[in-house]
Design a binder for this molecule. Structure first.
Ligand code: FDA
Length: 470
């Protein structure tokens, strides 16, 4: 066992841990990052399959994600626009596929009006929220007591409008059924992206992608950290006192003044703390659970849907594949589609044997785009739920009532231990942007402590802390 000493040990080499380490190092602190997997990037991960670039995890960046934008600007990383020309498709509950232009689903005008009414209600609630402190919303308690499913139905008797608006947050974001999380949690999701309008606008929320892939951002930061990143070193034991910590990895143990725990919140209890964490944290950590979504990748010889004047964007709240997008990587001649199957539908998919699952999913894509979709050259399903060091997708959220009961504790440090994750962020919640912001904020709090200076509570993690290194 190699034993080393550093100012700060960082547990987890996802975007949050790596950003924290990078800022600390730029500010003159010594660091070591211990990562369980044999790669960096955490929930961002890409592979080449038959010549096509597949982003298995997080990939899109939206204009409000200024924390991530400032990091990639600093690293010299560019973005590209996703393909969105042509008509979109909507599949009705009756199995009819309808082509449409613009933002509104091709449903009855009365349903469009109800959807817009619900979106306005959500916009109004989001505007009253500080995403860093959702538990301080003027209606926090009442909104945290009611499921998002029932909240929508309190405001509209149009089932289809409720289903369609529910899909944006439930299947589309938190990847849990709308009856399992509160209306307050849904308002947080909207507030973290600025407005509910932003969330429902796929041209905003799925605006651009990263040249070199989203995992490439973590790889570039890791390169700058060099030998300070230790892969295949899961931390299963963490000794701590007010004076410092010892993090035990598989082949290296690190003695440090402070630790950044940058693993997803559902995995906090995978680490054995000696002594145990305080009661508040022990209880809170049991209420942060991962959603579940299957990200479907299908690569074809060409993006054949484009020739038919279609963007590849498809929605169907009752369809096998509920969302579908053209996900062809910049410069590639093949055509890549990405689709999503969420929560209870994902449960059902994983129950099937592999051949039946593939057949049902491809038929689901063909229901939108025709028989050509049945024969891809690559078919791959992202399965983060089966990964020991993630256990779900995209991210964690609280169960009903959890946000007001436990939320205010989630960002407290415990002596020398600081928690950092996209899932604890206000702005950029559940996104790489939030991971970056939280990484910078954790670094800033630790630097203030180590240097005896004061920490500016209003720091939003957008501006880097340290000078840019070459
Ligand atoms: P993250 O989970 O990425 O990293 C944590 C790291 O800790 C991992 O590397 C893990 O191996 C490690 N670890 C865990 N336990 C450990 C232990 N005990 N010891 C050592 N290491 C340990 N976001 C976005 O902005 N745009 C998007 O399009 C998407 N889409 C998307 C799709 C899919 C399928 C997923 C799964 C996720 C997304 N996301 C996304 C979310 C985004 O990927 C996520 O918010 C960030 O990766 C979170 O970064 P963190 O660093 O907080 O955690």
């Amino acid at each position: 066992m190699k034993q080393i000493e550093r100012d700060v040990v960082i547990i987890g080499a996802g975007p949050s841990g790596l950003t924290a380490a990078y800022e600390l190092k730029k500010c003159g602190k010594t660091v070591a990052v211990l990562e369980a997997r044999d790669r960096v990037g955490g929930r961002t991960w890409s592979e080449e399959m038959e010549g096509a670039t597949i982003e298995i995890g997080g990939q899109w960046i939206s204009p409000d994600q200024t924390g991530l934008y400032s990091l990639i600007n600093e690293l010299g990383i560019e973005t590209f626009e996703r393909y969105k020309e042509g008509k979109s498709l909507y599949r009705t509950a009756e199995g009819e596929t309808i082509a449409y232009d613009g933002e509104d689903f091709p449903v009855a005008p009365s349903t469009v009006a109800e959807m817009n009414k619900l979106i306005e209600v959500m916009n109004g609630l989001a505007a009253q929220m500080d995403p860093d402190k959702p538990w301080e919303h003027p209606q926090a308690e009442e909104l945290d007591m009611i499921s998002f499913h029932h909240f929508l139905r309190e405001h509209s008797s149009d089932e289809l409008a409720c289903d369609n608006v529910g899909l944006f947050i439930a299947g589309g974001m938190l990847t849990k059924p709308a009856h399992t999380f509160s209306a307050l949690q849904a308002v947080l999701m909207a507030s973290s992206a600025g407005t509910f309008d932003n969330l429902v606008d796929e041209d905003f929320i799925l605006d651009r992608r990263i040249v070199g892939t989203m995992q490439g951002v973590s790889k570039t930061v890791a390169e700058r950290l060099g030998d300070d990143v230790y892969l295949e070193n899961p931390v299963l034991k963490l000794e701590w006192s007010q004076d410092g910590v010892i993090a035990h990895g598989a082949t290296v143990s690190v003695k440090a003044k402070k630790a950044v725990i940058a693993v997803p919140p559902n995995l906090y209890s995978r680490i054995s703390y000696v002594p145990a964490l305080p009661r508040k944290q022990l209880v809170t950590h049991q209420h942060q659970s991962m959603g579940l979504v299957i990200k479907v990748h299908a690569v074809y010889e060409t993006p054949f849907w484009r020739e038919a004047g279609l963007s590849g964007t498809c929605f169907g709240p009752n369809a096998v594949v509920q969302e579908l997008y053209d996900n062809t990587y910049t410069g590639e001649s093949t055509g890549t589609l990405v689709g999503f199957i969420s929560d209870v539908d994902a449960d059902a998919m994983w129950e099937l044997d592999e051949a039946e699952r593939k057949s049902q999913i491809l038929q689901g894509i063909a229901d939108f785009l025709g028989a050509k979709a049945l024969d891809p050259k690559v078919f791959y399903l992202s399965d983060f739920a089966a990964e020991e060091w993630t256990r779900g997708a995209y991210a964690t959220s609280y169960d009903l009532g959890g946000l007001t009961r436990f939320g205010s504790v989630q960002n407290d440090n415990v002596g020398p231990l600081y928690f950092s994750s996209s899932d604890l962020a206000g702005e950029g919640y559940q996104h790489v942007d939030g991971a970056v912001r939280m990484g910078r904020r954790s670094a800033a709090r630790i630097i203030a402590k180590l240097e005896g200076s004061s920490y500016d509570e209003s720091y939003d993690g957008v501006a880097p802390l340290g000078k840019v290194s070459a």
